[in-house]
Design a protein around this ligand. Structure first.
Ligand SMILES: [Zn+2]
Length: 293
């Protein structure tokens, strides 16, 4: 189930549904009500309840749909890392203040205010977004009667990224460890992320579902990983930011649909200047202590 990612609006992450012997496993629940409604409709059509949710990480475009899913399926298990606890008192609390300031501005349009109020409500759902079954290490898990391998990366995109490997289909559900049209660096430790991609590459997957963008095969993942490595190397060099941007657009060209090139370009303008080339303090902000480069 593809999430929507359009410039100027808040995205939904991709959702993956796996069928178990006694229910459906939902990997990531999206941000908007319409996305959660599609998941619930799909479960009803399958004749099985949603028995387990896996949240790959705590970003609102991957967890906010938990509220509606838990209302529809009250016994559902939620498997995710505990990183959301720090996020609720840190990143999301800060984001909440920014939203309140935006809402208070006299030039705010009614459409924007409605969207920001909806974001506030998602953050305020707080407790309902937390895991019932925390993922604290990489291990096999039985979800809805289906055995899957759940991995944890704690120093990459969000401080607690869960990936899922389904052996029977050789599919890796990567969450935002892989995103298109560009890597999304907002809460990432870029060097830790680079190392996580190396570990993912060692898994024998045939297909991969990214957090945003179209599914890819292992060869395409290598294209992504190579482009990622080259983007970081370029950002660390004296090359002009525009050269680094052009490098990603060229290296990852086969992965980026034509209509997403402008979005990719504007995201890279921001990430290269404001994140990858920011102060050492900013660059290390989301790296685990002792692991920052
Ligand atoms: Zn996302």
């Amino acid at each position: 189930m593809r999430g929507v990612f359009v410039a100027g609006t808040q995205p939904d992450g991709n959702t993956v549904l796996l069928r178990g012997s006694n229910g459906i496993v939902v990997v990531d629940s999206g941000r908007h009500a319409a996305h959660a409604a599609r998941i619930i409709d799909a479960a009803h059509a399958s004749g099985l309840p949603v028995a387990a949710i896996v949240n790959t990480h705590w970003h609102l475009d991957h967890v906010a749909g938990n509220v509606a899913l838990r209302a529809a399926f009250p016994t559902v298990e939620v498997h995710a890392s505990n990183a959301i606890n720090d996020a609720l008192s840190g990143f999301l609390a800060d984001y909440r203040k920014q939203l309140e300031a935006l809402i208070a501005r006299p030039d705010a349009t009614p459409e924007n205010v409605a969207a920001w109020l909806a974001e506030l409500a998602r953050i305020d759902a707080g407790a309902q977004l937390r895991p019932t079954h925390p993922v604290t290490e990489t291990q096999d898990r039985l979800l809805a009667g289906r055995r899957v391998h759940a991995g944890l990366e704690d120093n990459a995109v969000s401080g607690g990224d869960v990936w899922l490997y389904d052996q029977s289909t050789r599919t890796l559900v990567a969450g935002d460890l892989v995103t298109l049209p560009v890597p999304l660096f907002d809460t990432a430790c870029s060097e830790g992320w680079q190392q996580a991609l190396e570990r993912l590459d060692a898994i024998g997957f045939a297909g991969l579902v990214p957090g945003h963008g179209a599914p890819m095969d292992h060869v395409q993942f290598r294209v992504y990983r190579n482009g990622f490595d080259r983007l970081l190397a370029c950002a660390a060099s004296d090359a002009p930011a525009d050269a680094c941007k052009a490098g990603w657009l060229r290296d990852a060209a086969i992965l980026i649909p034509q209509q997403d090139t402008a979005l990719a370009s504007s995201l890279l303008d921001y990430y290269i200047r404001q994140v990858l080339r920011a102060s050492p303090e900013r660059r290390a902000r989301y790296c685990r202590k002792g692991k920052a480069s």
